[in-house]
Design a protein. Sequence first.
Length: 411
Amino acid sequence: MAALRQSRTPSDTLQAIRQGFGQTYGALASMLISTRGVGDGEYRLIQIRSEADDAAGDSNPFLMDQFPLYRGGVVPQIISTPGPHILNDVDWSTDPHFGARLLGYRSVMAIPFDGDRLPMNWNLLMKQGPPSFTAEELEQAVLRTVLVGSLLESQTLSQDLTIANERIDGDIRQVAALQRMLLPDPLPEISGLQIAVSYEPSGRAGGDLYDFFPLDDEDGKFGRWCVFIGDASGHGPAAAVVMAILQSILHAYPAHITGPAELLTYANRHLCSKKIGGFVTAFLGIYQTDTGRLVYASAGHPPPLIKTAANQLTSLDAVASYPLGIDSAESFKTATVQLRPGDTLLLYTDGITEARDINHSMFEQQQLEMAFAQSSDRPDEIIKDLRTRVDAHQGGQKALDDQTLVAVTKR
């Protein structure tokens, strides 16, 4: 029992029980047998040990994919009787498979195993005798085997879950890496603008997305740029896939689309047709590099903030609508804001304002606005300062939602 308490793997448990049986019943040979999925008179040998074997050379049946199939011989005769039982005066001399190895082991205890996850369903314990195994020893062996079977089943399940989790984690890491590749890196150089960003998913992959991409090319120069931020409902790999789909839709916009409302309408129609099972909040602006004008539309997204050179804050809340992916007939409206030198546009997702401290109090819009107003006029410093304040508010706690900040300053 002490050895079983210390065992951490199925292989450790098998070794502990084999040593325990040996100490209890004297020198033993043992076989682990499976009759699952085989024909009459057939069995698979999971493991065999005799007194002469070196324990260090034991194979681990829980790491094996295939086990040898045997037909005939003494073993099928032993396990033909259901339930635990003892056979004495067993003659191995005629066995074509183990006659030489098990010759003299005349007393056999046959004990069935339960557990769908175990490779074996029979445990055969053999000793040379005399004396032979007794009914009392069989009863004790059955109790020990039931205990070990439960422990093995638990350990095997744990091992399977660990392997499954490692595979899932590997897949999520790949999704996260692919998602990072979707983000503009390096950030584009847009005439007259300085940009800084912060993206912190709550897990390995997240449902936030920011993007900058040109809409047209005039005389070799991009005149209009799309400025986008979005947040898929939920978070994790599923939300990341939704945002990847949305980004591909946005980048494949038809040539006739000229404004942000039309682009959101186009994206919404396609998301609804794909029945994503959630929704996406989005803010989409089209910035004109020669005029500094930003035409924008919103789909249920938190309104961005603008801080002027005179340190006045305004919210881009002139238009609002339902998020994308809910109603394919939804229409969007546009509004326009003029960016002047020194103005800074701050885009964010609700993971920022809903960041919680140890008392579950949120960071909230008011704190974000105050922090933004007190920050410098450089985008990188703004992002750094806001990120520091949000982290301090959370007090070292893990964020419950993805958190994205984008600062764009007109120079």
